[in-house]
Design a protein around this ligand. Structure first.
Ligand SMILES: [Fe+2]
Ligand SMILES: [Fe+2]
Length: 177
């Protein structure tokens, strides 16, 4: 099964090329997580300006440094594209807060992702890591973070929901790369 799935990834048709894209994304995220630096005092002020409650502040700063930086970089990309849309910027900033519920290091995260790509069974903290979108969305909904923030967290690894217009989805997804 593993070999069959692997071979699926190296076919050179359209679907396989999309899968290769996903694999390269995995490698890119591994490197980013392994090399992320702490946010500076100025960057922390930049983040705090987008957070709207004590609860949001708690779950953002509970994240590992790499996820803090990833959220900030996503928010900055959205600021560059749509500086007038605070809700989009906040959606980018907060979309991965659910990952901290799994409490996994970079190696375990990568293993969980590879197992999922190979359609192997995944449970426990690895399952929570793979479900970080919906898990984070539930937390954000409980904090009253706003519909777009909640919906992007929930769906950011899947298909665009009807609740997010295509143009906004494209901005958000581009920022999450
Ligand atoms: Fe994510
Ligand atoms: Fe992300």
């Amino acid at each position: 099964m593993v070999v069959g799935s692997y071979l699926n990834c190296v076919r050179l048709d359209g679907a396989a090329l999309m899968e290769l894209g996903s694999w390269s994304h995995l490698v890119g995220r591994f490197i980013a997580v392994a090399t992320a630096g702490r946010l500076t005092a100025e960057e922390r002020r930049e983040v705090d300006a987008w957070l709207e409650s004590e609860g949001e502040s708690r779950i953002y700063w509970e994240q590992p440094v790499a996820d803090q930086r990833h959220g900030l970089e996503a928010a900055r990309m959205i600021v560059a594209a749509r500086p007038d849309r605070r809700d989009l910027i906040r959606a980018g900033l907060l979309h991965d807060v659910g990952k901290r519920q799994a409490n996994l290091g970079v190696i375990a995260r990568s293993m969980a992702s590879v197992f999922a790509k190979l359609r192997m069974p995944v449970r426990g903290s690895w399952r929570r890591y793979l479900d970080h979108g919906p898990l984070g969305a539930e937390e954000l909904a409980g904090l009253g973070s706003g519909a777009l923030v909640v919906e992007f967290a929930r769906h950011h690894h899947g298909r665009r929901p009807a609740t997010i217009p295509g143009e906004e989805w494209d901005v958000l997804r581009s920022a999450d790369r």
